[in-house]
Design a protein around this ligand. Structure first.
Ligand SMILES: [Fe+2]
Length: 235
């Protein structure tokens, strides 16, 4: 399927504008520098719903990744096959005005605003590709895929990073949530522990509420190295 750009309504444009306008200042203040830089490189703006063709034009010059339109969540095999080919799935539809604060299913704001900025980062995307390649080798092993989903969840969706001694967010689940951005960084309820791949593989995750534990990386190089080492020891 393709993004039908001309079919976006004035409500869609208003939803994008409001979500962007509320969340962008939090990104500037609380997101990892790589996310802030990536958002700029992708050319996101409040008054323009991102056009996938333009996003891909930008990404192609930076990391060679691209996004492709999907109706919603897709099956694991297709998801990992495309990730291994540097293709990231993004929904094209937007939530309604009544759903600004919370939505169960990932929409375009989550997928594009949340995920795409880090597709400009070489170490992060290297981590993503490696994760996909390892998952694909074990695609029929349900238990293994569940463990890979945990790794994805606690990094790509809900990861934190220590940057110059200051905690910042990089996970898309955090970056696309107006409430969880501050919660993940400042609330005294969740635990924040150093990133450890093997601990994460053994830690089930919860959906539909704020996380109880966040794993903190020191750099995207650390993330990349962890999966490189894992795939060497595993294969
Ligand atoms: Fe996501």
């Amino acid at each position: 399927m393709e993004q039908q750009y001309e079919l976006y309504t004035s409500e869609d444009r208003e939803v994008w504008k409001q979500l962007y306008t509320r969340q962008h200042p939090q990104i500037v203040q609380y997101a990892s520098q790589a996310v802030i830089d990536g958002m700029e490189q992708c050319g996101f703006r409040a008054d323009e719903i991102p056009d996938f063709r333009k996003v891909n034009e930008n990404l192609s010059h930076i990391t060679g990744w691209e996004i492709y339109a999907v109706p919603g969540l897709i099956d694991n095999k297709l998801f990992f096959e495309n990730l291994a080919l540097k293709k990231f799935p993004c929904a094209t539809w937007l939530r309604t005005m009544q759903q600004l604060d919370y939505l169960e299913e990932p929409d375009m704001f989550h997928d594009v605003f949340g995920h795409v900025p880090l597709l400009t980062n070489h170490e992060f995307t290297g981590f993503l590709s490696n994760l996909a390649v390892i998952a694909l080798k074990n695609i029929d092993d349900e238990d293994f895929i569940e463990r890979m989903s945990r790794l994805y969840w606690y990094t790509v969706e809900f990861g934190l990073i220590k940057q110059n001694g200051v905690l910042k967010a990089y996970g898309a689940g955090i970056l696309s949530s107006i409430g969880e951005t501050k919660y993940s960084l400042f609330s005294d309820q969740p635990k924040r522990v150093p990133y450890d791949l093997h601990t994460i593989l053994d830690t089930p995750y919860i959906k539909d509420k704020y996380q109880e534990v966040y794993y903190v990386i020191n750099s995207y190089e650390e993330l990349f190295a962890s999966i490189e080492n894992y795939s060497e020891s595993y294969v």
